[in-house]
Structure formats: C-alpha cells, structure tokens
Design a protein around this ligand. Structure first.
Ligand SMILES: [Zn+2]
Length: 73
C-alpha cells in the first residue's frame, strides 16, 4: 500500500491517522503528511494529534516506543 499523494509506502502511523481522520472502513490511501495537507494543516500538527491519540490509548496507533518505531520524535 502506497500513498496516492506522494508514493511513499504507508506505515502503521500513516494508516492509523488516515483511518482516524477519514474513515475506519476505508483502505488507507494517504500518508500522514498528505492526509494533513488534505485537511489543511501541517504535518507537524498531524504528529501532535497522533501523540494525543496515543495518549488517549487509541488502538489505531502503537504505543510510543513500541516495536522500536522511531517515527515519533
Ligand atoms: Zn503522501
């Protein structure tokens, strides 16, 4: 699965963010950056939101630090 906007391979955070923001029932088609652009905010803002979703225990996103993911700065 790759992003329709920029062609990047979609990771778990890209898929989770798309499902959270667009539709859970849809196959994810955009990465975090492109989903953010679609809604008119920055990628930085998108990661802020992802961190908040994680803090709320959203199941769409792995815990910070889980699986050795280093995408969250
Ligand atoms: Zn993209």
């Amino acid at each position: 699965m790759t992003c329709e906007g920029c062609g990047k391979a979609l990771g778990v955070f890209d898929e989770g963010f798309y499902k959270k923001m667009v539709s859970r029932g849809e196959e994810p088609r955009l990465c975090v950056a492109c989903t953010a652009r679609y809604f008119g905010f920055t990628e930085e803002k998108a990661w802020e939101m992802i961190r908040r979703f994680q803090a709320q225990g959203c199941m769409l996103f792995p815990c910070a630090g889980a699986q050795g993911k280093s995408e969250i700065q």
